[in-house]
Write a protein that binds this ligand. Structure first.
Ligand SMILES: [Zn+2]
Length: 352
């Protein structure tokens, strides 16, 4: 039964909504999804939720990564990512008792924090030492309040110190999962790109992909939730991304290495919009744990998007501060969570 629910959820979260503004091929979502599905066999949202229920227990740390684009066109990040993180962090906290820790670029932390706050999650502040708008320092003693409930973690921008910081975080928190939602990953040459094949300067990015790679080496569950092929996790289907995307194999920047990221994850959830993939995982968790409220309802979804945009976040397709996600309106987001909740509720009713 969870697999059947996962099938419906996957279908809903992969409805193509692409405006084709960026020269992406039409039908891109289906092609990427089919590749990820063929590789992993089971419905993707189901698989991620199942692995999380197996790996994560009460008070276990779970690390979330998000952040896409560059300051020149997305000064405080984009609405795809923070809402997915907030939704899934909330589901893991309420459903499994996990402690969520969030990492994003410092310039994106304000909107990400506001979005988490809008869900009622108390992970917005750190250990008390942070100044406004700055992620808290992530060095904890066991009884620190922030460490008990989860919080935003400092992470450097650019390559310098990123590997060391990743190892330090894994040592301190011993997380049971690392989950990336719409987090740009490097290609084979270590260069970051937009899906349009343009270089995103290394110094503008939190090189948090080290957390995925180092977690994998320690046997910690890694999950990538993506919609474009250039985000963490898509390394699992790298050759197909190179084939499917216009700039997959050869990019427009001098590196010529293509936008496909090399960074794979244990589970890759491919969706039409990354947030939707995260919502889908939350929906499968809600079904498995018998609690529909693990998926935010429409009023909460609206509150999250309003909070995210009010604090400076942009729609990543419009590159403007409007209350939409990848050029789909707030009504669409609210409708999607309403439909996800209906799938979960109907499923739970049937098994009573
Ligand atoms: Zn390039």
């Amino acid at each position: 039964m969870p697999q059947i629910i996962g099938e419906y959820v996957d279908r809903l979260c992969t409805v193509e909504m692409e405006l084709n503004l960026k020269g992406r091929p039409r039908d891109k979502t289906r092609l990427l999804y089919d590749s990820a599905r063929a590789k992993q066999k089971h419905p993707l949202t189901y698989l991620a939720a199942k692995r999380l229920t197996e790996a994560v227990g009460k008070d276990d740390s779970v690390i979330f990564l998000t952040g896409a684009g560059a300051p020149s066109f997305l000064p405080k990040g984009e609405t795809d990512g923070p809402l997915g993180v907030a939704s899934l962090a909330r589901a893991l906290k309420l459903g499994l008792g996990a402690r969520p820790f969030v990492i994003t670029e410092e310039r994106c932390a304000g909107p990400a924090r506001a979005t988490c706050q809008a869900t009622g999650l108390d992970i917005s502040d750190g250990s008390g030492s942070s100044r406004a708008g700055r992620p808290a320092r992530g060095t904890f003693k066991r009884k620190d309040h922030a460490a008990q409930r989860g919080c935003f973690l400092d992470f450097p921008q650019g390559p310098q110190g990123a590997l060391e910081r990743s190892i330090e975080i894994l040592d301190q928190l011993s997380p049971k999962a690392v989950i990336a939602v719409e987090k740009t990953g490097p290609n084979d040459k270590g260069v970051f790109h937009t899906v349009r094949g343009l270089e995103v300067k290394s110094q503008t990015q939190a090189h948090a992909y080290h957390l995925i790679e180092q977690a994998a080496r320690r046997g910690i569950l890694t999950i990538g939730i993506a919609d474009g092929g250039n985000e963490l996790g898509c390394g699992l289907i790298k050759e197909d991304v190179k084939r499917i995307l216009k700039w997959g194999r050869v990019c427009q920047c001098p590196c010529r290495g293509g936008v496909a990221t090399r960074v794979a994850a244990d589970v890759l959830v491919l969706a039409a919009i990354s947030n939707w993939g995260a919502y889908g995982v939350a929906a499968c968790l809600a079904f498995m744990l018998g609690n529909v409220d693990l998926v935010q309802d429409a009023p909460m979804e609206r509150k999250m998007l309003k909070a995210c945009v009010a604090t400076g976040c942009f729609d990543g397709v419009y590159e403007a501060q409007v209350e939409s996600v990848d050029a789909t309106s707030m009504d669409v987001q609210a409708s999607l969570v309403t439909m996800l909740r209906a799938i979960v509720e109907n499923g739970l009713t049937r098994i009573k």
